[in-house]
Design a protein around this ligand. Structure first.
Ligand code: BG6
Length: 477
């Protein structure tokens, strides 16, 4: 038999996290409050009222965590920087203590030969900017975001070569402004598309700034892409699948890469009166090749399946990410409705398990955008059991990841360029809406919703499995 193409020699095997979900120390080191620090205090918003005040205390334990990464042989670690540690009020004076925290972390990673992959924005907007001008709803955020990004490039750009601008713009926009399940908890598609357009301008401006100022390295957004299938071969359902793909995904990725929105979505928005306003200057910025990403960051968890929707199920711009939670009777009237896929098993949180969907995602991104892909998230949220001997036998997670690594390998064998794979997550961490019971890590953290306990770290079986995968560059699964 013919041999498969191997994983590239410098493939970035790694793991990922986000500041709010791991750091804790929410009022230490001069940090300002973010919209999440506030939102979690509204009763009923998160699972059992969990918050990230302590999280898994990575702020104080990062050395121990980096040691564990080195033990697993990680080649890369993706983490996000809390804007509020650098600029407690979002703009104004730089907080030196915050700068130093990430400086130390980056140095520690590099000392252990782990490539830092830095996410500039993973949802923890400074509350001060929300209060001052309504955050993403004001064009004033563009300059503040670029200034924040520039501060990071200037301070860390000598050591950081991979930058992620916005994490899952589609998710934080839809949850924040359409489903009201993230801050600022708005339900208004018109406002969502307007804020989203401003986020596009901020993203493009930061990328352009990076490209124009001679920083070495690569930059791009991370997108939560759930490829869509039609429920069957009926042409109306195939058309619905195309509608969903355009509304859920091309709407964002086309803008990143081509600098314009898909015609079909634009037309649909205009009919509803919810299209964002685009100025001539916006157009020039967005279409400028310097504003376009060097890679596509892909957060892949699952696929979605749809059918035609002429019964009016769902709401305009209601969850189109197809990603979070059980989708019951949801969709966009006239465009598509989400349905069950009988071929797929589900996780404990009802997310479809679909490794082949990852190969499909990589192919679709390649054929539409022709960009290298950095898989910035993928993983299994599950309940884990800590045994008396402190072992965790998470064979279900090993199985899940193994099948996804096989899918990446198949895509590489297809000839596609995949830069790396940073799984979600390295240690267990706070799930924004699901507390601490939904675990993703290779390393168990002993805490729960009720108590931070001792926050001890215990490698799971999957930790040793991943170590062997990395050591063999993806051959020994
Ligand atoms: C992505 C986010 O949406 O999925 C992560 O970038 C998040 O921050 C992850 O934790 C898993 O989602 P959840 O809801 O299971 O925590």
């Amino acid at each position: 038999a013919q041999q498969m193409k191997p994983f590239p020699k410098n493939f970035l095997w790694g793991s990922a996290s986000a500041a709010y979900q791991i750091e804790g120390a929410y009022r230490e080191g001069g940090k300002g409050l973010s919209v999440w620090d506030q939102f979690v205090r509204i009763p009923g918003k998160t699972f059992k009222g969990t918050n990230g005040d302590v999280a898994v205390d990575h702020y104080h334990r990062y050395r121990e965590d980096v040691d564990l990464m080195a033990k697993a042989g990680l080649k890369a670690y993706r983490f996000s920087i809390a804007w509020t540690r650098i600029f407690p009020n979002g703009n104004g004076e730089v907080n030196q203590e915050g700068l130093k925290f990430y400086d130390d972390l980056i140095n520690d990673l590099i000392a252990h030969q782990i490539e830092p992959v830095v996410t500039i924005y993973h949802w923890d907007l400074p509350q001060a900017l929300q209060d001052e001008y309504q955050g993403w709803e004001s064009r004033r955020i563009i300059a503040d975001f670029v200034n924040y990004a520039k501060t990071l490039f200037d301070n860390y750009g000598d050591r950081v070569k991979y930058w992620v601008t916005l994490n899952e713009q589609n998710v934080f926009m839809q949850h924040g402004y359409s489903m009201a399940s993230h801050p600022p908890a708005v339900t208004d598609p018109k406002r969502m598309y307007a804020a989203n357009h401003i986020a596009n301008l901020a993203n493009a401006s930061a990328i352009k700034y990076f490209h124009e100022h001679g920083y070495q390295g690569q930059i791009g957004p991370s997108f939560a892409y759930s490829p869509i299938y039609a429920v069957d071969a009926a042409p109306e359902n195939q058309l619905a699948a195309d509608n969903a793909e355009q509304l859920n995904s091309y709407y964002w990725m086309d803008m990143y890469v081509f600098g314009h929105y898909p015609t079909i979505v634009r037309n649909w928005q205009e009919k509803q009166g919810i299209a964002p306003e685009i100025t001539v200057e916006d157009q020039a910025l967005l279409e400028n090749p310097l504003s376009h990403p060097d890679f596509m960051g892909l957060n892949y968890y699952q696929t979605g399946t749809v059918a035609k929707n002429d019964t009016g199920v769902g709401a305009a711009a209601e969850n189109t990410s197809g990603k979070k939670g059980t989708i019951k009777e949801s969709g966009v009237p006239g465009m598509f409705k989400n349905v069950k896929n009988d071929y797929l098993q589900k996780t404990d949180w009802d997310w479809n398990i679909d490794p082949v969907g990852l190969q499909i995602a990589l192919r679709r991104i390649n054929s539409r955008y022709n960009l290298p892909v950095l898989i910035t998230e993928n993983g299994l949220g599950a309940f884990d059991t800590l045994e008396a001997d402190h072992e965790i036998h998470d064979d279900y997670r090993i199985h899940f990841l193994r099948e996804h690594v096989k899918a990446i390998h198949a895509a590489i064998d297809d000839g596609l360029q995949v830069i790396g794979y940073t799984t979600w997550s390295f240690t267990d961490l706070l799930s924004w809406l699901n507390g601490y019971q939904k675990r993703y890590g290779f390393v168990y953290v002993d805490r729960d919703e009720k108590s931070a306990k001792d926050l001890a770290r215990y490698p799971k079986d999957s930790f040793y499995w991943y170590k062997q995968v990395i050591a063999s560059n993806g051959e020994d699964l």
